[in-house]
Design a protein around this ligand. Structure first.
Ligand code: AHR
Length: 504
């Protein structure tokens, strides 16, 4: 098959935030996964696990969303500040009914993002919180002056304000965030977002409006009709009216929402079903995007896919409310395919957060006590990192075909996306979605004659995954089986593999 690349035809900027992550107070994501506390025997810096933070930095995490999820609309931020021994304990009703001791709160989140060197995405509470509570949280975090909330922050040990890059006004308000109708939520959105003040006009907060679940186009239309607002001259907001982004949530459940299906045991049919369901992301982006185009033809508002990934049945013997699942080569291919889709739609998709970062759903990292493993999905994010803040360029696969075992669940054999970064390197990411077929590939460029090539591959048996006993079962390896011939790159993309090439 031929992959044609026109590296001269730049098609849009790939926001680094497309490679974002999500961390919720759910199961062992925050506690154990990220935060172990200063007194833990597990090596930590100010309570944050050092091994996990180092691995995430190596993967180049651009942005982190917190504290939920459904948890966000039950979270009262004042419970998570001040001396830890005085912090309120509560029941995490959504997730496993466990005690939440609030030892990880606002200060800890910003400390974590500081260690990670990533942008911050705070999700506010509309479902059970007040406008005042949301407004004061923003004041507490970002106001640099004398005010009740800024003073409280200083009293709690943080003199300088932090920066909120993104602020979500509620989460899934069509469901766990209050079971609202689109119009009702949109009116609340207009009101709540008013009080998400830009205290620092040099760094305005990007406001994210709660968008649809999967294919709920009715929600997208209803919300935009009510609360989309074009830029107001002189409104002093420094943003594009009421919103900078609209969220979209979409999870892949191979066997449907009720049954979901095992993370590690599946046959070829389920493999293709999973891939086809992941590929459906493209239709969702295009169709929600088409509605957004009617309001925002210049694409100033981002589609923010702030929850995506595979959602399987929990691992046997684990708390069903903790959503802990293993991660195989199948997850890696879902990640490769989805990230290629996001890249190719970077004109509309401005941020995406895989759910969730550690120990929950399609995690990039799993932990068990002091042990940590990197999942196949981790390696895909690391292999794709050069796309961050690069320019998408034209690419086309001649002869690509649809594959699959059932007519309903067909997927393209190969998926690709290509960018040019500021060093002038061409970054190519290619996934072969077939269970069985190795594919000969020839890459041809418009002008570039490749001289330097760095490539890596992730490939293993389709069920392969890392365990705490075999942590390196699936691992990114250098890919050297290629030939440079007449200005072209020729190689075989093995079945069910993810390949990344960096060319100059
Ligand atoms: O990621 C798990 C949950 O899925 C989130 O809390 C919620 O927003 C979504 O339904």
């Amino acid at each position: 098959m031929k992959l044609y690349i026109n590296e001269k035809n730049k098609k849009g900027h790939i926001n680094a935030e497309i490679y974002g992550h999500f961390s919720e107070h759910l199961g062992r994501c925050i506690y154990e996964g990220l935060y172990v506390g200063e007194d833990s025997d597990i090596p930590n810096v100010n309570g944050m696990r050092k091994d996990v933070v180092d691995a995430l930095k190596e993967m180049k995490i651009p942005v982190l969303r917190w504290p939920g999820g459904c948890f966000a609309d039950e979270y009262h931020w004042m419970d998570g500040i001040g001396p830890k021994e005085n912090r309120k304990k509560m029941i995490n009703t959504h997730w496993g009914g466990v005690v939440e001791d609030n030892s990880f709160g606002t200060h800890e989140f910003f400390e974590l993002c500081d260690q990670l060197g990533c942008k911050t995405y705070v999700n506010g509470n509309v479902g059970s919180g007040t406008v005042q509570e949301m407004s004061e949280w923003v004041e507490y975090i970002t106001f640099n002056g004398v005010s009740p909330m800024a003073d409280l922050r200083k009293k709690n040990g943080h003199e300088k304000p932090w920066k909120i890059d993104y602020f979500g006004v509620g989460n899934e308000n069509w469901g766990c965030g209050g079971n609202m109708t689109p119009e009702y939520y949109a009116n609340l959105y207009r009101r709540y977002q008013t009080y998400v003040r830009h205290y620092d006009h040099t760094a305005p907060i990007q406001k994210i409006c709660g968008g649809p679940n999967v294919a709920d186009y009715f929600w997208t239309e209803g919300v935009l009709k009510t609360c989309f607002a074009p830029p107001q001259p002189g409104d002093g907001q420094g943003t594009k009216g009421f919103m900078d982004g609209l969220s979209l949530h979409y999870y892949v459940h191979p066997e449907g929402w009720q049954i979901k299906g095992s993370a590690t045991e599946f046959d070829d049919k389920v493999w293709y079903k999973t891939m086809a369901k992941a590929a459906y992301m493209e239709e969702l982006i295009e169709r929600h995007g088409a509605i957004m185009d009617q309001y925002d033809p210049e694409k100033k508002i981002g589609l923010i896919v702030d929850e995506w990934g595979c959602w399987f049945t929990v691992e046997p013997g684990t708390n069903p409310g903790f959503l802990y699942q293993q991660n195989t080569m199948r997850d890696a291919l879902v990640a490769g395919l989805t990230l290629n889709i996001f890249n190719k739609h970077c004109d509309r998709v401005k941020m995406a957060c895989i759910a969730q970062m550690v120990n929950v759903l399609q995690a990039v990292i799993l932990t068990e006590g002091p042990k940590m493993i990197l999942t196949p999905t981790y390696y895909v994010f690391r292999m794709y990192k050069n796309h961050q803040d690069a320019e998408l360029v034209d690419s086309y696969i001649e002869g690509n075909k649809m594959i699959g075992e059932e007519a309903e669940y067909q997927v393209p054999l190969l998926s690709e996306s290509v960018s040019v970064d500021e060093d002038g390197c061409v970054n190519i990411t290619l996934s072969n979605l077939s269970v069985t077929e190795d594919v000969p590939v020839e890459i041809a460029f418009a002008e570039l004659v490749p001289v330097h090539l760095n490539a890596s591959i992730l490939q293993q048996e389709i069920h392969a995954h890392n365990t705490f006993d075999e942590p390196e079962n699936v691992k990114e390896r250098a890919f050297v089986s290629y030939e440079l011939k007449d200005g072209k790159i020729c190689f075989t993309a093995p079945a069910h593999s993810v390949i990344s090439l960096r060319v100059k």
